[in-house]
Design a binder for this molecule. Structure first.
Ligand SMILES: NC(=O)c1ccc[n+]([C@@H]2O[C@H](COP(=O)([O-])OP(=O)(O)OC[C@H]3O[C@@H](n4cnc5c(N)ncnc54)[C@H](OP(=O)(O)O)[C@@H]3O)[C@@H](O)[C@H]2O)c1
Length: 286
């Protein structure tokens, strides 16, 4: 059960030459995003997760530029929520605008993101197809290395067989001990779709859980660290967010200790299914 997964791991993506850093830094509701991303990069994060919806793609872009870290050492993911004007071309234009904000390129080097996701399945069957076709075109023209989805349930993924030429490399979903998403994760595994875990520490709302507190005390770790470690040992790629540099470091302090099989089984019992989710995203929407 216990694994030697390290936060420094680069995870191979099926159907791609790219690899994704095993832990990512999320910037949803980041109060000063540019400063936070610079601090996260100093703490060692190399994978940043933003979205059009977060309205901070340009701040992420600024931080990347100021950091001086070579672009190829960074992994930047963003997301689009809805199709624009129900048109693949207008949606593609919106994707290009995101890329320009994050990485406008430099000299001969064309700008790109590493991963562009459909943020939610909420735009319906037709909307999802428009979004996916636009993403496939963006990938074709080199604006993104890979494409994927977020908040997709099994049905949404299955339905992609009817319109997708490219299989998503990842599904970004809410996963933590209280919402373990067993069904959709099992489907993703069967298709070699990597699972990135958002809200991996439940926004710090469940850190007083006695099971997590006891396991944390045993290992000399905070319950939030136990949740991130659980995610890593399950083989997921967690995306914790913090504006606080000390917490950023704590959330990366995952190497050199392991949850035991007993710890993992105790945490397994905390699953509350969809009732344990904090984001009311429609994994089951039509
Ligand atoms: N695809 C989607 O639909 C979707 C939805 C939600 C989130 N996401 C992505 O996933 C990322 C993470 O999710 P999230 O931001 O919702 O929740 P989260 O990472 O589970 O929790 C973030 C909250 O926990 C606090 N925190 C962080 N580290 C802590 C620590 N070591 N001890 C105690 N508290 C700590 C943070 O406060 P401070 O900042 O004050 O430290 C913040 O309030 C997002 O930023 C976003 O990139 C995606």
């Amino acid at each position: 059960m216990a694994s030697s997964y390290s936060v420094k791991d680069l995870v191979p993506l099926t159907g791609s030459n790219a690899k994704m850093p095993r832990i990512g830094y999320g910037v949803y509701k980041s109060t000063d995003c540019k400063t936070a991303v610079l601090a996260a990069l100093s703490a060692g994060y190399r994978h940043i997760d933003t979205a059009q919806f977060y309205k901070n793609e340009a701040d992420v872009g600024e931080a990347i530029k100021v950091s001086g870290i070579p672009r190829k050492e960074l992994y930047i993911a963003t997301k689009i929520q809805y199709p624009v004007e129900n048109s693949v071309e207008s949606t593609l234009e919106s994707l290009r605008e995101s890329v320009l904000k994050i990485d406008p390129g430099e000299g001969e080097r064309k700008g790109y993101v590493d991963l562009f996701l459909v943020h939610t399945p909420s735009s319906g069957r037709e909307g999802r197809e428009i979004l996916w076709r636009a993403l496939e075109s963006l990938r074709e023209e080199g604006g993104t290395v890979d494409i994927g989805v977020s908040n997709y349930g099994t049905e949404h993924l299955f339905q992609m067989n009817s319109y997708a030429s490219i299989t998503p490399v990842c599904n970004q979903i809410e996963v933590h001990p209280f919402c373990q998403q067993k069904e959709v994760i099992s489907f993703c595994k069967s298709k070699d779709i990597v699972v990135t875990a958002y809200a991996p520490i439940v926004r710090n709302r469940r850190s007083d859980n006695p099971v997590l507190v006891a396991i944390g005390q045993k290992h000399g770790k905070h319950p939030t660290q136990v949740m991130i470690k659980w995610s890593l040992q399950k083989g997921y790629l967690p995306l914790p967010k913090s504006d606080n540099p000390e917490r950023m470091k704590a959330n990366m302090d995952m190497d050199g200790w392991e949850l035991t099989e007993g710890d993992m089984s105790e945490i397994e019992q905390l699953d509350e299914g969809q009732g344990g989710a904090i984001c009311p995203y429609p994994l089951n929407c039509p």
